[in-house]
Design a protein around this ligand. Structure first.
Ligand code: 5GP
Ligand code: ZN
Length: 119
């Protein structure tokens, strides 16, 4: 895999969003993650929590980044005004899991009662 910057994978759309090569409105950003609106929302609130460091999925991810995202969740769902009524977190993984972008990301969906499957 060709890498351009530290951890950046050259043909990865989320690495391009993280680096700013593809512009995006960041609802939240720190040194480890960005939060952006999903391009194709499946609920009134549908954001993506994207770790800055490229890793393909939840299986390849370090436990540290998963712990980090969990530690930020209360703050993020409050920011999204989902703390009162609840929300759903989705981590699609691999082909049968419906993962279309092979850079780990957490969907947070809310703003209405969600059916199953999500979206
Ligand atoms: P997955 O199917 O891999 O779990 O989720 C990928 C998500 O990324 C999809 O919900 C899709 O709508 C979203 N997405 C794909 N490309 C872009 C993009 O360029 N910008 C944003 N904001 N979302 C994207
Ligand atoms: Zn990437």
């Amino acid at each position: 895999i060709l890498s351009r910057g530290v951890n950046e994978v050259s043909d990865c759309i989320f690495c391009k969003i993280v680096s700013g090569e593809i512009p995006s409105k960041r609802l939240y950003e720190d040194d480890k993650i960005i939060v952006i609106n999903d391009l194709n929302p499946g609920a009134p609130v549908h954001v993506l929590v994207i770790p800055k460091e490229h890793t393909e999925n939840i299986l390849t991810a370090s436990p540290d980044i998963v712990t980090y995202v969990k530690s930020k969740l209360p703050e993020l769902v409050k920011m999204l005004k989902l703390d009162e009524k609840g929300f759903r977190i989705v981590i699609n993984t691999g082909e049968d899991g419906g993962q279309s972008v092979p850079h780990l990301h957490f969907h947070i969906l809310g703003g209405k009662q969600l059916g199953w499957p999500p979206c």
